[in-house]
Design a protein. Structure first.
Length: 131
């Protein structure tokens, strides 16, 4: 199967997207690539995108030290919703920035639950629209 066919079918071999926390140390092969501007409500968040290859697998990490200060950071309901929304929107913005639009997004944790809701409700126009 050709690489273009795999992308069309939603098979993105060797790509992982995840958030990182301020206390994580980047291995030598993971580098800061660029920043994304992500808007939530009236606020703008700068999210660092780090990436590289680990054992042949391309990985991308999202870094925002105030919203993702540590694993499952404590906070009130507003803070938690901000975390969920930023994780979802930043992941989708990263897909757009990489010009890599999958036909399938797997969200296997409650923290990523809003990722499918944003495109479903038209917040990214037709970019993620299912034909």
């Amino acid at each position: 199967m050709k690489e273009t066919e795999k992308v069309r079918l939603g098979i993105l071999p060797g790509r992982i997207f995840i958030k990182i926390f301020i206390n994580c140390r980047d291995p030598d092969d993971i580098k800061h690539l660029f920043n994304l501007e992500v808007y939530l409500g009236d606020g703008k968040y700068i999210v660092g995108v780090h990436g590289g290859k680990v054992k042949g697998v391309t990985v991308y990490f999202l870094h925002q030290p105030f919203v993702f200060p540590r694993v499952y950071a404590d906070g009130d309901a507003r803070f938690t919703i901000t975390q969920l929304a930023l994780m979802a929107k930043a992941s989708l913005e990263l897909f757009c920035a990489l010009q890599l639009i999958p036909s399938l997004i797997i969200t296997n944790d409650w923290f990523t639950g809003l990722t499918a809701a944003y495109p479903k409700h038209g917040h990214f126009g037709d970019v993620f629209k299912v034909l």
